[in-house]
Design a protein around this ligand. Structure first.
Ligand code: NAD
Length: 270
């Protein structure tokens, strides 16, 4: 077990990628705090972690609100006394729309969750990690944080910002033995991605199934990314195996984010 008795706070872990990370961390021996807007569904993740024999706690938290974040961190510390790992996973998609038609309110909403939320959680947990003189912070960016697909400019801007923020925080927290890294997932078929696909297909005027298949074919390794793929990278970044890495971003996308072109068809080699 690579995370035996570590305490991890994972934001947005009621579902999707965050839930996958929480469950994998429990398999690796960690106790998990699920900091969530949707605290009822977070209780389901808590039950799943407890079923693996680890301790877990759901705390209501809106990552866009400083007071809410501070209260959630205090509650986690009351319960566990320390936070070894922070995963800034809570995120939101945006309306699929050209930038010239994007509402200012939608821009603000997307930036608030996807980058201000990362700042606030890092600020309040970061102070505790400085006191501890140790910690791991893992920020969820995206392949959109290293590229620029059309119709989601607020989301892309936020995910690029996550990588820049990661680098600065990594240097600031280095004297306290806190590693700060990011993960850039390719498309994962979660609730948020389902909504994005449906809206994008409608805007493009093509069947959603065609869009999904087109996307799958563009992945050199031939399938969508899964929560378990991201959980593997998060486990590596949360463990001592990555002790000499900070300010980095790991791209986990089956090759989609790192290359261009389509993989050649398989052939038999004599
Ligand atoms: N799904 C993908 O294709 C994909 C790809 C790249 C990156 N990501 C990133 O991974 C992260 C997780 O995405 P997902 O697909 O699992 O999303 P999801 O929609 O399935 O889950 C997101 C969770 O975050 C919670 N949340 C939303 N706003 C919150 C807030 N203000 N405070 C607290 N919790 C909040 C939601 O309640 C939800 O449980 C996000 O940061 C997302 O941008 C996702």
């Amino acid at each position: 077990m690579r995370l035996a008795d570590k305490v991890a706070l994972v934001t947005g872990a009621a579902r999707g990628i965050g839930r996958g990370i929480a469950l994998r961390f429990a398999d690796e021996g960690a106790h998990v705090v699920v900091a969530e807007l949707d605290v009822d569904t977070a209780q389901v993740t808590v039950g799943e972690v407890e079923a693996k024999g680890r301790r877990a706690l759901a705390v209501e938290c809106n990552v866009t609100q400083a007071a809410s974040v501070q209260a959630a961190v205090d509650r986690a510390l009351d319960e566990f006394g320390r936070i070894d790992i922070l995963v800034n996973n809570a995120g939101t998609g945006q309306r699929v729309v050209e930038t010239v038609d994007l509402d200012e309110a939608e821009w603000d909403r997307v930036l608030a969750v996807n980058i201000t939320g990362v700042f606030l959680c890092s600020k309040y947990v970061g102070r505790q990690m400085m006191r501890q003189d140790s910690g791991k912070i893992i920020n969820l960016s995206s392949i959109n944080g290293i590229s620029g697909p059309p119709l989601v400019s607020a989301y892309n801007a936020a995910k690029w910002a996550v990588i820049g923020f990661t680098k600065t925080l990594a240097v600031e927290l280095a004297p306290y033995h806190v590693n700060v890294n990011a993960i850039c997932p390719g498309p994962v078929d979660t609730d948020f991605q389902k909504a994005n696909m449906a809206e994008r297909a409608a805007v493009m005027g093509i069947p959603e199934a065609d869009l999904r298949e087109r996307l799958r074919q563009s992945v050199p390794l031939g399938r969508w990314t899964r929560p378990a793929d991201i959980a593997s990278a998060a486990t590596f970044l949360a463990s001592d195996d990555s002790v000499h890495m900070t300010g980095e971003h790991l791209v986990v996308s089956g090759g989609l984010g790192g290359v261009s072109g389509v993989a050649p068809k398989r052939r038999d080699i004599a």
